[in-house]
Ligand binder design. Structure first.
Ligand code: GLU
Length: 228
């Protein structure tokens, strides 16, 4: 059995524009002790995500590689591959087909085959075209995007997608044009931090201890909306 408590997630949503990718970079470095094989960071800039993903260690990069990304929100992930090889396309964040929803995930989605079939049926798009990665994770952004097409808000679509997931997971999602993050855990570690300037979500406290010591430990299966 793979230890799904390894690897890391990070999310931040704040009141002011700042170097949000730098924030995620330092957080992922603070979570490096957990072990990982690849990493990724995303931040919404205007109507799209700026997405950086790579195989290897984020410590090979420096702060300056991220300082041009200015915004109010970012997510970051260090991956310990369980489904799909250690490849850039399998690194997180994973995106919806229209690239409007970005998701990071620690853990395993046990019913991802059924969910792939559900999405193929609902969208009418063949699996080989719809899915760009080999991960179990990729069903999550597609499910959220699908529920948005049925008329739901991002928040409601996230909750609806969450109800369909079986397994152990900690997930954080962003949507372009929205000013909040959504997060949920079942069986995998997740902590929430609150500072005067915004909210943090991470696998462990070291990811945001330099910014706040106000920490909450969410229970299982609660969809949380984080807005600064
Ligand atoms: N199961 C997911 C994957 O293989 C997440 C792995 C992790 O926890 O980092 O992409």
């Amino acid at each position: 059995m793979v230890d799904t408590s390894m690897c890391g997630i990070f999310g931040y949503v704040g009141k002011k524009e700042q170097e949000v990718a730098v924030k995620a970079y330092f957080a992922l470095r603070d979570l490096e002790y957990r072990g990982y094989d690849s990493w990724g960071i995303a931040a919404p800039i205007g109507k799209e995500f700026k997405l950086l993903r790579a195989v290897g260690k984020i410590s090979e990069k420096s702060e300056g590689d991220f300082s041009d990304i200015i915004g109010k929100m970012s997510i970051g992930h260090s991956r310990w591959a369980t489904h799909g090889g250690v490849l850039e396309k399998n690194a997180h964040p994973q995106l919806s087909r229209d690239k409007s929803v970005a998701v990071i995930h620690n853990g395993i989605i046990e019913n991802h085959h059924e969910l792939r079939n559900f999405l193929v049926e609902k969208t009418g798009i063949p699996e080989s075209e719809l899915f760009l990665s080999d991960t179990d994770t990729e069903v999550i952004p597609h499910l959220i995007a699908y529920f948005i097409t049925t008329g739901k808000t991002f928040e409601a679509a996230f909750s609806e997608a969450g109800k369909m997931l079986e397994g152990r997971y900690a997930i954080v999602a962003m949507r372009v044009g929205e000013s909040y993050l959504m997060a949920m855990r079942v069986g995998s570690p997740m902590v929430i931090g609150k500072s005067d300037e915004g909210y943090y979500v991470a696998s462990d406290v070291p990811a945001f201890i330099d910014h706040t010591r106000i920490v909450a430990y969410p229970g299982d299966a609660i969809a949380m909306k984080l807005r600064a």
